[in-house]
Design a protein around this ligand. Structure first.
Ligand SMILES: [Cu+2]
Length: 133
């Protein structure tokens, strides 16, 4: 039967194709794991803060509580799965507030020397500060 023969040929071709694709498509290559520090994982996994990074944690703390940087430093505020904000006081030179954010990283430049305290207004006692030298 012509139909039967064609079916077998087609099946064989399919097997060859998939075997080729599986072997050469990187299935056995070493897995690449994202190891970039400071980027939000999106899964809420606790992480140690990188240099010049403040993490708004799932436990409603800022980590570190106090970050010391030199003037002109860009600080990354990393928000995990829990919604927080970063609200600065009225100190001259304080960067713009960061509105409620989760699963994202927001950068602020600290161009003025001083101590800049900030709160998350959603969680009482969630306070941090950046000391700019
Ligand atoms: Cu908060």
């Amino acid at each position: 039967m012509h139909t039967t023969r064609r079916f077998h040929v087609g099946l064989a071709a399919l097997i060859v194709l998939s075997a080729c694709g599986g072997g050469g498509g990187g299935g056995y290559s070493t897995p690449t794991s994202p190891v970039t520090p400071g980027t939000p994982s999106g899964s809420g996994t606790p992480a140690a803060p990188a240099v010049n990074e403040v993490i708004a944690t799932a436990e409603s703390t800022f980590n570190p509580v106090t970050l010391t940087v030199s003037k002109g430093t860009t600080v990354t505020f990393t928000f995990l799965g829990t919604v927080h904000n970063v609200t600065f006081g009225n100190a001259t030179g304080a960067p713009a507030n960061i509105a409620n954010t989760s699963n994202s990283a927001v950068q602020r430049v600290f161009a003025t020397a001083g101590t800049f305290g900030f709160d998350c207004t959603l969680h009482s006692g969630m306070h941090g500060s950046v000391v700019v030298n």
